[in-house]
Design a protein around this ligand. Sequence first.
Ligand code: ACO
Ligand code: ZN
Length: 223
Amino acid sequence: KGTKEQLIIDAGQKHFGATMCKSCGMIYTPSSPEDELQHVQHHYRFLEGIKYTGWKKERVVAQFWDGKIVLVLPRDPSYAIRKVEDVQELVDNELGFHQVVPRCPNKTKTFLFISDEKRVVGCLIAEPIKQAFRVLSEPTGPGSPSSKECHRAWQCSDVPEPAVCGISRIWVFRLKRRKRIARRLVDTLRNCFMFGCFLKIDDIAFSDPTPDGKLFATKYCNT
Ligand code: ACO
Ligand code: ZN
């Protein structure tokens, strides 16, 4: 058989047989060498990044049947800070965010959801804020752009409202979504952000939500 013919057949197969890796969650096509290589690189980097070996001093702020939530504060030991940075890098890569420098890094609170398989499967980064702009319900009716077209351009009110806590990142590992991990992270945040009080929903704001983030926030805020 001619090599040329074989090449054409391989090229045609490239888009078939996509699978999701059961460990790292990446969707790729095993029959494509480039995809396979990208997967191998992502696979080890990702699993190394979310590995959690346990710390001598860890601040467990919530415990569940399937895991626990650990709080990391800015002055914690460097091994904890490094883990937070690794996880944030993975999250930012997935979200397509560029490295954003927090406004007041010494006041950032990071909540990590640790699964019983000793992996960081959820992350919430919060910071104190003074005001936020409410997202207005999407415009509907003839001629208005569909929600698909205006991805992140949600309409916001131009009247600032007082708020206390901004969620700058919320992320759950792809294979662990829809198990209420994000909900438990926000509940725990409300309980731990300010000593001695449980924050009201109106005290919290989600910054620049993605479509996933908006679906979650809408549901969370209405229940
Ligand atoms: N589609 C529709 N409804 C959803 C979705 C979704 N993708 N995600 C959550 N919800 C709603 C559901 O009603 C859900 O309850 P149900 O499963 O009983 O129906 C409810 O929210 C609670 O969901 P959780 O299970 O607590 O959410 P999860 O742990 O899956 O995490 C998250 C949600 C964090 C948005 C996750 O999908 C994710 O990591 N996505 C990728 C990263 C991302 O986009 N993060 C938000 C960025 S915006 C920001 O950081 C400020
Ligand atoms: Zn993988």
